[in-house]
Design a protein around this ligand. Sequence first.
Ligand SMILES: Cc1cc2nc3c(=O)[nH]c(=O)nc-3n(C[C@H](O)[C@H](O)[C@H](O)COP(=O)(O)O)c2cc1C
Length: 197
Amino acid sequence: MGKTVWKGGTLLGPVPPVMVTCGDMENSNIITIAWTGIINSNPPMTYISVRPERYSYGIIKERGEFAINLTTVDTVKWADYLGIHTGRKIDKFKKSGLTKEEASEISCPLIAESPLSLECRVTNIVPLGCHDMFMAEIVAVDVDDNLIDKAGKLHLERAGLAAFAHGEYFELGRSLGKFGFSVAKKKKRGGAPKKKK
Ligand SMILES: Cc1cc2nc3c(=O)[nH]c(=O)nc-3n(C[C@H](O)[C@H](O)[C@H](O)COP(=O)(O)O)c2cc1C
């Protein structure tokens, strides 16, 4: 088995192609972001890396807030469109027909069609090179009721989430196992319990 060594690059995949909303309910914008992830559990923290030339950059920097809206199979075409056009020239909410929804902790709108949104407050900005990283605390999470069962369990696997890898969008496929499945004990089948000797 051989491997070809290339110079350092951004070939991590899959990553989530999220739709980041910024501004307020009257004046808002949406930017598609792939450079995002979770960086701490408690407090829950995330980041988005944004080029300073993006229209959204100044809005997020000034207001110190943004929301990460997850992209699904149904919205992925819009996520792509929102990542090609700038809010300097068009109203992206109007153009896409995506619905603005009020957040609970921040003044940016959320995208109603998104099954899950993270409301984020910026804690610091780290210049990295061509992108600046906005580190942020996740102050609220908004989940579509249809994804929560009667016991209060979230079924994000039913949301039809989209992934992005090497410039291409994918639909998440079949489950390969739950967290910890490699060490989980097999459940015993029904029937009378064996008597101890
Ligand atoms: C799938 C995808 C991922 C993207 N990821 C990023 C990113 O992580 N950071 C960034 O600055 N721009 C990213 N872009 C580009 C911006 O979304 C794009 O330049 C957008 O038009 C900027 O919008 P704005 O000028 O309204 O802020 C991405 C675009 C696409 C399609």
